[in-house]
Design a protein around this ligand. Structure first.
Ligand code: HEM
Length: 453
């Protein structure tokens, strides 16, 4: 890349399609196929590019070293972008995903203990038991919406493990619908530059408000119950509400924002990952057979436990490879709070810097045959050989996903529990395409036929 240390060379202007006409073209391409557009920009213009998006200038970092610089080395110089906050604040408030500065630091410290290794290990039993309960009603020959099944399952798990609660069937449906509405609305809004003013009561806005209210109502029920019984059940919600009651702890509103963030971020991404895993396995019989062979040899039909995980390397490889091909958080962004230098390029304060795990994970410089599903690539020392930030489905640096280890454990346990009993085949005629909204979902869901093993 550079011959001089970048601090000594003169800053350059990044290559890429800028200007009025390009800006309009980019906008259109972004709206019709965001992943295709970002991939093309990266491949055509290199490790660091700029492009106009309507009237806005975007920067796009595509090299692991530059991504490292933004997410790790210079992390304190960046905030989440104003656009991300404007779109997510009506639902997530000042929750961990979009807060910044001192507030973020304090909240992350408060919430982190719920994700410590020992705590997470204690969640394993719930994860497996809930997976078994979910498939108890599955019958061979049934065609199921596996995306919905995975959403309900991971939602129940996050509610039980972090909040010590159970949802009513109505609440589960409401949250499912609310998350669908949020995905559609925020996903669309990310791709547009003109939005109706926030005071205009459009039907979409009313629907969005219903969605936020639906999740708030569930959180309010949890909080009311805690207050009534005053019982600390050792879960994250109890801990947050105990902090509410301490001087300088957390406000009630802040506890709601964090609960909302954790409920949504804590199930949707893992459910998508599992949905993609079932799809990929259905298309790759050899990988599926290798997974079954490992499960049969190690578990022999019994439910997986936390201690089994180190002996299930292929199961782990399936999860890793799924997250490589279809990283649920396929793009993220940062806004520099001062003029910054990224590699050789000067990026002005207040601009948007994009980073895309999806684009990097499909780069031939880091992955051989990147479009192919090959879980076995993770069985050797690939991870050690890869540059840091060639593979980063959970982001990195101080803002790395707080649920990283939780999600990896959950995905492996669910996969192992279900794949011991059933195979899932794509329903005849079901076409699978990508629907990159806030997260990377399959368009029209995932209809699959249950087969006994
Ligand atoms: C496969 C599943 C998951 C994926 C792919 C994923 C991905 C990510 C990524 C890429 C980020 C960083 C975003 C950025 O840098 O802008 C993030 C942040 C976050 N994730 Fe996850 N996540 C997953 C599961 C979870 C789970 C299970 C939880 C909670 C139970 C969770 C809660 C959060 C929170 C609260 C943040 C914000 C952290 C902060 O900024 O301090 N995620 N996630």
């Amino acid at each position: 890349m550079t011959t001089l240390p970048s601090s000594l060379s003169q800053p350059k202007s990044a290559p890429g399609p800028v200007g009025l006409i390009n800006g309009l073209r980019n906008l259109r391409a972004f709206q019709t196929d965001i992943l295709g557009f970002l991939t093309r920009i990266a491949r055509e213009h290199g490790d660091f590019t700029q492009f106009d998006f309507g009237p806005f200038r975007m920067y796009f970092a595509n090299h692991p070293d530059l991504i490292h610089q933004v997410l790790v080395e210079d992390a304190t110089k960046y905030h989440k972008t104003r656009l991300t906050k404007a779109l997510l604040r009506p639902s997530l408030g000042e929750g961990l995903l979009i807060s910044d500065g001192e507030l973020w630091k304090r909240q992350r410290k408060l919430i982190q203990p719920a994700f410590h290794a020992a705590r997470i290990a204690a969640y394993a039993e719930t994860m497996t038991a809930y997976a078994e309960r979910a498939i108890a009603e599955w019958q061979p020959g049934q065609t199921r919406s596996v995306d919905h099944d995975m959403m309900s399952l991971t939602l129940d798990i996050v509610i039980k493990t972090l909040f010590g609660e159970q949802l009513t069937p109505q609440e589960r449906d409401d949250i499912g619908r609310a998350v669908d509405i949020g995905q559609k609305q925020v996903g669309q809004a990310f791709k547009t530059i003109f939005r109706a003013p926030s005071w205009l009561p459009t039907p979409a806005r009313r629907e969005g408000e219903w969605a936020t209210q639906a999740i708030n109502a569930v959180i309010a029920r949890f909080i009311a119950r805690y207050r009534q019984t005053g019982q600390d059940r050792g879960d994250l919600l109890s801990m947050m509400l105990a902090a509410v009651d301490e001087a300088g702890g957390m406000s009630d509103a802040q506890a709601r924002d964090e609960a909302f963030t954790l409920i949504v971020a804590g199930h949707e991404t893992t459910a998508n990952t599992l949905t993609w895993a079932w799809y990929l396995l259905s298309q790759h019989p050899q990988a599926e057979a290798a997974l079954h062979a490992e499960l049969d040899a190690v578990l022999g039909g019994r439910a997986p436990a936390f201690d089994d995980l180190p002996r299930l390397p292929f199961t782990e490889a399936v999860v890793k490879e799924t997250l490589r091909l279809y990283p649920a958080a396929y793009v993220t962004s940062r806004e520099p709070q001062e003029d910054v230098r990224i590699g050789d390029y000067l990026v002005p304060k207040g601009s948007t810097v994009l980073i895309s795990p999806y684009v990097t994970h499909h780069d031939t410089r880091w992955f051989n045959a990147p479009e192919q599903f090959k879980p076995e690539r993770w069985l050797g020392d690939l991870e050690k050989r890869l540059p840091k930030f060639a593979y980063f489905p959970f982001g990195g640096g101080p803002r790395i996903c707080i649920g990283n280890a939780f999600a990896l454990m959950e995905a492996r346990l669910i996969l192992a529990t279900i794949a011991q009993r059933f195979r899932l085949a794509l329903a005849p005629g079901h076409r699978v395409t990508l629907d990159p909204l806030v997260t990377l979902r399959p368009k029209g869901g995932m209809r699959m036929v249950v087969q006994a093993r």
